[in-house]
Design a protein around this ligand. Structure first.
Ligand SMILES: Cc1cc2nc3c(=O)[nH]c(=O)nc-3n(C[C@H](O)[C@H](O)[C@H](O)COP(=O)(O)O)c2cc1C
Length: 332
């Protein structure tokens, strides 16, 4: 989970229980990735995962569209405190550079979201015995992942929090399968192990998804309120307390569909023009940062899955023990 949540203490705490702790490195530069991997190594010897986004090539739209997107943000009630500028390239970090510390520190797993990495990346990972997983949201993507030589597929259902992992950002015909539906479909067409992601919050959910053909469960939202998570205090507060809101998908924060707890920003941006991903993400960065500094949950991206009300605020070790106990109970 990129964006300051998967800090080394969280990743290591998860790994130390025997589960796989994951770093979300999408927005981290090579130096930060290097520091985080070194920090994690001092806290755990167990396998961990490093996750990256596959950014598609993107250019700024014409000036009129830029101004419209900027004006929409400048109309927000708290905008007088924030100075916004149209971002200039580069709009994202270079994957090859981001991966340099990976080749050096060699975490056990490498996963990719929003697309398939270049062949040389998969080959290099395999030459170092690093296992590669890639997110799919439908059968077509899963088959492309299998063809590319990945070791497993992360099946991301519509319940999942954060960015929707479909490859084509402009694709508004997203098939929107639930996690169980998707796992069933992918198990029918692919021989690769499937890691299910989306709405898995307790041991019973894990049992259910394993019964549908998944080999493992990937849980994001369930860990957001753990003591060790770098989640902002407001984000944690909303997950634990704001249970009347529900989650919604929005393009307002980043320019790509992502699911989070409904708030003022999402409502105000519903019909407003946005710049393409990840340019909109850079454009809204000062809005989100100001909201974090002022503990204002109405203007933060409160990414969370549909089942966020089942999240638990506990130390990681306790959460995993509860999941294990619940899974055993579900097996009886
Ligand atoms: C706050 C947050 C940030 C996320 N960031 C990433 C990310 O950087 N890379 C990624 O592959 N998935 C990301 N996801 C999606 C998760 O990998 C996973 O698909 C999802 O959390 C599973 O559904 P759940 O949230 O219902 O557990 C994120 C999810 C959340 C909630």
């Amino acid at each position: 989970m990129a964006g300051g949540i998967t800090i080394p203490v969280l990743v290591a705490a998860v790994a130390n229980t025997g589960a796989i702790g994951s770093f979300g490195f999408a927005y981290s530069n090579a130096q930060k990735i290097n520091e985080d991997l070194i920090a994690a190594k001092t806290l755990t010897k167990n396998p961990i995962n490093a996750n990256f986004f596959i950014f598609s090539p993107v250019t700024l739209p014409n000036e009129h569209t830029q101004n419209e997107a900027l004006s929409a943000l400048n109309r927000l009630p708290n905008s007088e405190n924030i100075s916004l500028r149209i971002p200039q390239p580069p709009f994202h970090l270079d994957l090859e550079e981001q991966l340099q510390p990976i080749w050096e520190h060699q975490p056990a797993m490498l996963t990719f979201h929003l697309g398939i990495p270049p062949q040389v990346v998969i080959q290099r990972a395999h030459s170092l015995d690093i296992c590669v997983g890639i997110t799919a949201t439908n059968e077509k993507e899963a088959l492309a992942i299998q063809k590319a030589g990945a070791d497993f597929i992360v099946a991301q259902g519509i319940e999942a929090g954060g960015h929707r992992g479909h490859f084509d950002a402009d694709d508004d015909s997203d098939e929107q399968h639930s996690t169980t539906e998707l796992v069933t479909r992918l198990a029918a067409v692919s021989s690769l192990p499937i890691v299910a992601a989306g709405g898995i919050m307790d041991g019973e959910d894990i049992r259910n998804i394993l019964n549908h053909g998944a080999s493992a469960a990937q849980m994001g939202t369930a860990f957001l309120c753990c003591d060790e998570a770098g989640t902002s205090p407001t984000h944690k507060h909303f997950i634990m307390n704001e249970h009347d809101r529900e989650t919604v998908y929005t393009k307002g924060f980043s320019g790509r569909w992502a699911q989070g707890i409904n708030n003022q920003f999402i409502k105000l941006m519903e019909k407003e023009p946005v710049l393409p991903f990840p340019i909109q993400n850079m454009l809204t960065n000062p809005v989100r940062q100001f909201a974090i500094e002022t503990n204002d949950g109405e203007y933060q991206s409160l990414w969370a899955g549909k089942s966020y009300k089942k999240a638990r605020a506990t130390p990681v070790r306790q959460l995993i023990q509860q999941l294990v106990d619940e899974l055993k109970l579900a097996d009886l």
